[in-house]
Design a protein around this ligand. Sequence first.
Ligand code: SF4
Length: 333
Amino acid sequence: MTGIEKSPATTDDLFAPQGNRLTVLSFGAGQDSSALLELYLDDPDFRRRYAPNDFVVVMSDTGDEFDQTYDHIRDVQRRCKEAGVEFVLINPDMGFHSESWRSLRHFYRTKGTIGSKAFPKTCTDRLKIQPIYRWLEHWLSQRYGVKCNRKAGIREFAARYGRIKMMIGIAKGEESRMADPAKNPNRWYRESIEPIYPLVDMGMDRAACQELLHAKGLYVIPSNCKACPFLSEPELEYLRRFNPESLADWVELEAAKLKKHADKNEVIVTDKDGQPKRDRHGNVKVENRNYGVFGVTPLPVKIEQAKEDYASWSDEDIAAYRYSHGHCVATAF
Ligand code: SF4
């Protein structure tokens, strides 16, 4: 699966998990998972310890990454090819994304909705986790001959070859994002997947990952969707200055959602018995439940706020902030 030669065995092998046939690097194209890939490419000890046998890198495209991230992905694809490492970028045409979630904005546009801080977060699951595991079962069936049937193939593989090590780019200091696999609701996952976090294991924080990338001449920005409801004010200002068209499209998508759901602008507030609540003047209480990206404050207002708050920051300041702050709140998978 890789052209990289494995190092001869050393005493370290006593601690290396040799039993598992396959390690999958879940690549997000940000700084953490990029550092993991560089470690894999460069460091025989790393490979021996975390990916001693078959190895594949996989990324699911949200369709809304920054241009620099797509450039980085292309560069990584090229270098993986040269090194004989399989890199799979799952795009919607491959059939592993659902029809509703072909991309982040496709979902917003076709459903007349918008990702909001006020709603439960489903985007990471729909755009990344689900496509990756659909692809994985299909890939296993082609490579190892297991059947492909609602994750039975993943279980079959794990029963034959040991649990699949899913290598996740979470750095030291971000441990709260590490998931407990025993708590995963899916039996196939509990039985077949072993998430591993080498950066935490090795004590590498985000700064150490940046340093490692710099040493290789790589300037990798944190990866996240441009229309992500979890971005911070300076990131919004970054978008306004550097990606105004993308921001304008996002504003339109929010406006379309707010228009479509205008009936929720004034919802009667009820008590636990379903009776309308009243204020001290006896008037029925109403509430705006027509949420946009940031709840009831519309995106254009937030944009203006960010513009004002960061007026004194130069373009370089804003870009430096963007470089050092990733914000995708994806939990581990
Ligand atoms: S970056 Fe934001 S919008 Fe994109 S998948 Fe992650 S949480 Fe969702």
